[in-house]
Design a protein around this ligand. Structure first.
Ligand SMILES: *[C@@H]1O[C@H](CO)[C@@H](O)[C@H](O)[C@H]1NC(C)=O
Ligand SMILES: *[C@@H]1O[C@H](CO)[C@@H](O)[C@H](O)[C@H]1NC(C)=O
Ligand SMILES: *[C@@H]1O[C@H](CO)[C@@H](O)[C@H](O)[C@H]1NC(C)=O
Ligand SMILES: *[C@@H]1O[C@H](CO)[C@@H](O)[C@H](O)[C@H]1NC(C)=O
Length: 291
């Protein structure tokens, strides 16, 4: 478990989480029914999620198999996936890109609330491969459904390489205002070894990105370890500045705090919100009665 933890991150922590859970499941083999899952998700995406997309799901699967099954399972590089990635259409919903690290569950509430945010999991590749495991069987030309190597055992793990390429493409596509959600309750909130720190940041393009809006969120009960002016987030800001990005940083975003309070209303800081919200509500009622 060095640079790998979970994957998915579909933007980072996502990645991180995925990696973590995959590591636990490392002894497991390829996800059963993977072909049906991936091709099914693909049809679901082009039919329901993004009906304007023209895309050949069977061809995509063929390229995926080519990438994975032609090499030993620890020897699948980013380059092996290139043919598959070339065939995948890219959408660029500017001003909606959301990057995150170690804030997975808050990110999910945020996405549910701020509907137009776009993470790696929303891209076609992220959508297709989220939570799946795969590796080729060394001897036969097929997937190994009984066991796959652990992340740590491989230099070029088949699953890792796909997420690496996916994160890189995601960051390259980013445009307009982008949001970065970081965890203020841990040291090293901006971790150079995370997908965000090691891959995505390096592939953001200052010519296309208008503002990097950083939001640091600590747990309501603390600890309060990092902030816009403290810890690794300061390093992130320096890196952004030196590369010519415009940025903002907030460590008391109201929307995020309300989302946290919705889950845990008993926290004392939430009482303040509750009071002001019920105050507002009584106003509304009052106006109703006036009408
Ligand atoms: C890994 O792949 C490269 C290029 O595809 C190949 O030259 C090399 O022999 C492979 N190594 C192993 C251990 O399979
Ligand atoms: C921050 O990280 C800690 C430790 O992983 C986690 O328990 C907590 O939920 C995270 N906080 C936020 C706001 O994501
Ligand atoms: C982009 O971010 C900047 C700084 O936070 C803000 O002033 C501007 O309104 C944002 N633009 C859009 C389109 O969201
Ligand atoms: C209620 O009505 C008052 C006076 O008409 C107005 O100032 C106030 O903004 C209204 N409040 C809301 C929540 O609409």
């Amino acid at each position: 478990m060095t640079t790998w933890k979970p994957v998915q991150n579909l933007t980072i922590w996502l990645m991180m989480l995925l990696l973590c859970s995959n590591q636990l499941r490392a002894q497991l083999g390829t996800t059963p029914n993977i072909r049906h899952i991936v091709v099914g998700r693909c049809y679901s995406y082009i039919t329901l999620v993004s009906p304007s997309l023209r895309f050949d799901c069977e061809e995509m699967w063929r390229r995926f198999e080519e990438a994975v099954l032609r090499q030993s399972s620890c020897n699948v590089t980013v380059e092996n996936y290139q043919q598959m990635f070339y065939s995948i259409p890219q959408t660029r919903p500017c001003d909606r890109f959301l990057f995150w690290s170690k804030t997975r569950s808050l990110m999910q509430s945020y996405k549910a609330a701020v509907r137009d945010s776009w993470t790696l999991e929303d891209t076609l590749v992220g959508f297709l491969f989220n939570d799946l495991i795969w590796c080729g069987a060394e001897e036969q030309a097929g997937f190994d459904f009984s066991s796959c190597p652990a992340w740590s055992a491989c230099r070029n793990h088949a699953v890792y390489s796909l997420w690496l390429q996916a994160s890189q493409s995601f960051a390259e596509m980013a445009c307009g205002n982008i949001t970065v959600l970081l965890n203020g309750s841990i040291a090293n909130a901006f971790d150079r070894k995370s997908m965000l720190g090691s891959v995505e940041l390096d592939h953001l393009n200052p010519q296309r990105v208008n503002y990097v809006n950083i939001k640091v969120v600590a747990d309501l009960q603390g600890p309060f370890i990092e902030s816009c002016s403290q810890g690794s987030i300061v390093d992130l800001i320096h890196i952004l500045q030196s590369r010519g990005f415009r940025w903002t940083c907030s460590d008391n975003d109201q929307t995020l705090m309300i989302l946290q309070c919705l889950r845990d209303p008993k926290q004392s800081v939430c009482q303040t919100y509750a009071n002001s919200l019920s105050h507002r509500q009584s106003h509304i009622q009052l106006n109703h009665t006036q009408v």
